[in-house]
Design a protein around this ligand. Structure first.
Ligand SMILES: Nc1ncnc2c1ncn2[C@@H]1O[C@H](COP(=O)(O)OP(=O)(O)OP(=O)(O)O)[C@@H](O)[C@H]1O
Ligand SMILES: [Mg+2]
Length: 312
């Protein structure tokens, strides 16, 4: 569990964070979202002490991060950035091994561990282990960055806009990968993005930041349904219409557990694709993330949107 207690970060010119109080529970995939300059990175970096707050405390499982040894702190924290920051002259395997070698892992244990993780992120070790970063796509390089961050089995992953430089297809694939890894590994993930779509797709809960101040904290569907103020409403207004996706239908509580029927659909498909498919086949059953959706769910969801619109 991470607790940010009254965190303020004052730079000469800027108040990057102003009295931020926030709790991130263990095993959550928690997203910090907000426009450029809102303080997301600054808040993230207070956790691994890349930023020292002007005042306030960060507690990790009840212990002040400022209290202990820096190396010990960072050993339990994986960190993934926008650019994967791989060493160009080293292979994928060597890059991924950096932290384990620093921790003194025996060579005989490092390779199997990293081969396991490479498979987990859908990189076949036979094909990728000996490649150099220049021989990887952007998405593949980010996967290697994720393997490197996961190598020492961290209890917490900090991810700062890890997919913002990727094309939309690679971005979606990596978002799906993160959701899967989060389920499989049960690691706490604190994920920063300025992309509200990404936030909605990934977050168990999210916090909206603006000018260094927390605007709202909650589950995505709750924030969409009841934005706390005009800023939040405006920030998410483009989620309207064309961007609504099936993940949000599930998040709103529709669907029943899968019983075997139906066609698998991606949670990212829009409700408009779904409506078109239902027009062609009104009895269509859509399988999404372990649940089944039927035409009645679409009607029910549209009715909740109508209520949200009346609230806003
Ligand atoms: N080292 C620094 N010195 C002075 N000001 C800084 C420093 N780091 C960040 N800031 C300022 O603090 C504010 C918050 O910056 P931060 O990097 O946390 O924003 P962000 O939400 O991560 O933005 P982005 O989406 O562009 O990455 C900005 O106004 C920034 O200019
Ligand atoms: Mg940032």
């Amino acid at each position: 569990m991470i607790e940010f207690i009254n965190i303020t970060k004052q730079y000469t010119e800027t108040a990057a964070l102003q009295a931020v109080n926030l709790r991130v529970d263990s095993h959550e995939l928690f997203v910090l979202v907000g426009p450029s300059g809102s303080g997301k990175t600054t808040l993230l970096k207070t956790v691994n002490r890349l930023v020292v707050p002007t005042s306030g405390q960060v507690l990790l499982d009840g212990v002040d991060v400022a209290a202990g040894n820096l190396q010990t702190l960072r050993r339990h924290i994986g960190y993934v950035l926008q650019s994967s920051a791989l060493f160009p002259n080293m292979t994928v395997m060597q890059n991924a091994a950096v932290q384990l070698e620093a921790l003194g892992w025996p060579k005989a244990k490092i390779r199997p561990r990293l081969e396991h993780l490479l498979r987990l992120v859908d990189l076949d070790p036979k094909l990728y282990a000996d490649r150099r970063p220049a021989q990887l796509s952007g998405g593949e390089a980010q996967r290697v960055g994720i393997v490197r961050a996961l190598a020492a089995n961290p209890t917490l992953m900090l991810m700062d806009e890890p997919f913002s430089a990727l094309d939309p297809v690679a971005k979606r694939q990596l978002q799906a990968l993160i959701l899967r890894l989060h389920q499989q590994l049960d690691t706490t993930i604190l994920f920063v993005t300025h992309d509200m779509q990404e936030a909605l797709r990934l977050a168990d809960r999210m916090a909206v930041l603006h000018n260094g101040q927390l605007q709202q904290v909650g589950e995505p569907h709750a924030i969409l349904a009841r934005p706390a103020n005009a800023f939040v409403a405006d920030f998410f207004k483009d989620v309207s219409a064309s961007e609504r996706d099936l993940a949000q239908v599930l998040a709103a509580g529709f669907g029943v557990p899968r019983s075997g029927g139906g066609e698998p659909w991606a949670a990212g498909a829009s409700i408009y694709d779904w409506a078109a498919a239902l027009q062609a086949n009104p009895t269509l059953v859509v399988q999404v993330a372990g649940r089944e959706l039927r035409s009645g769910d679409l009607i029910g969801y549209l009715a909740t949107l109508a209520k949200e619109a009346a609230h806003a």
